[in-house]
Design a protein around this ligand. Structure first.
Ligand SMILES: NC(=O)c1ccc[n+]([C@@H]2O[C@H](COP(=O)([O-])OP(=O)(O)OC[C@H]3O[C@@H](n4cnc5c(N)ncnc54)[C@H](OP(=O)(O)O)[C@@H]3O)[C@@H](O)[C@H]2O)c1
Length: 294
């Protein structure tokens, strides 16, 4: 299958690198990383150990395959610009999958791509770009793919098989929005606090005050999800959030890493999107506005 990965940073390179072993993959990313891959291949360390020689380009104009699948892995704030740039590659047959965090990526992609061509994706793998050409696979996770219409389709089944064959443990869902909300509620509860307090994820369970705030954010985010007709409960989400904190106790969240690098964070697509929905009918006064806009 022809696959283009748009935004070959940490997670895009991990997925693209693994998929390239059985598919025709082109990674599209920034020049230093792409030059290193062209010179010495893409090396993945950590939970996966491999070096792959995968086609990589630093401009979409140099991509000369027609993708069956276009995987979007830019940060959420880059989605609109990236998909616009890739527009010429997308045909009626191209399936566009976002593996990004945040609630607003599909809306952004929809402005350029017919909704029928878009599939939802969520992944709990962890990866960091250590230096150009080198990715560390920091955490094994699961990937979930599904139709936005919740239908059980052959194309989802085929892509689930394709990902699994590449060693990416993947399942299908017939309730994609619920999966996206679950990940977003967890992110909204953990990431901003770690970024504000410059702490590892695990500290949120060690400090009673921060644990309390984390639970409060989790509760508010869950209330907004429920108001959007997502079938979640606070008890379920509080438990899942604590579980993620325990599993990633030694990690610095991506939001904290962005703050440390003094680059933009994805807060607008996570807490910002929840805040917008919660505030929409002025039902929720205590959505964590104080955490919004890191
Ligand atoms: N990393 C993880 O463990 C993980 C896990 C699950 C989900 N996610 C989600 O996946 C998305 C990507 O995360 P990430 O950690 O992989 O981010 P990342 O390492 O910053 O990768 C994104 C890459 O895309 C590049 N880029 C931006 N616009 C581009 C364009 N128009 N053309 C080509 N390349 C472009 C970025 O370059 P610049 O840096 O120069 O902008 C960056 O190298 C986020 O939504 C994140 O929340 C990440």
């Amino acid at each position: 299958m022809n696959i283009v990965v748009l935004g070959a940073g940490a997670i895009g390179s991990l997925f693209g690198g693994l998929l390239s072993q059985k598919n025709n993959v082109v990674l599209v990313g920034r020049t230093p990383h792409i030059t290193a891959i062209k010179t010495s291949g893409l090396t993945i360390t950590g939970k996966t150990l491999t070096t792959v020689h995968v086609t990589a380009e630093d401009s979409i104009d140099n991509v000369h395959i027609q993708p069956d699948v276009l995987i979007i892995t830019v940060k959420s704030y880059d989605t609109e610009e990236a998909i616009q740039m890739a527009k010429s590659l997308i045909t009626k047959k191209t399936i566009v999958i976002s593996l990004q965090n945040g609630l607003d990526n599909i809306e952004k992609i929809k402005k350029t791509v017919d909704i029928k061509n878009i599939l939802g994706g969520v992944t709990t793998h962890g990866a960091v770009l250590v230096k150009p050409g080198l990715i560390r696979h920091t955490g094994l996770g699961q990937t979930i793919l599904g139709e936005l219409t919740d239908e059980n389709t052959t194309r989802v089944a085929e892509l689930v098989s394709l990902f699994n064959e590449a060693g990416i443990e993947t399942i299908k869902t017939t309730n994609f929005l619920r999966e996206l909300w679950i990940k977003t509620i967890i992110n909204s509860s953990i990431n901003p606090l770690t970024a504000l307090f410059f702490c590892k994820n695990g500290y949120l369970l060690e400090n009673p005050l921060l644990m309390n705030v984390m639970n409060q954010i989790c509760k508010e985010s869950t209330v907004v999800a429920i108001s959007e007709k997502i079938t979640v409960t606070y008890e379920e989400m509080a438990e899942k959030t604590k579980e993620v904190v325990r599993m990633t106790a030694e990690n610095y969240s991506s939001m904290l890493q962005s703050v440390q690098r003094e680059t933009k964070t994805e807060i607008d697509s996570i807490n910002g999107a929840i805040l917008q929905m919660g505030g929409k009918e002025k039902r929720f006064l205590f959505v964590p506005i104080y955490l919004y806009k890191l």
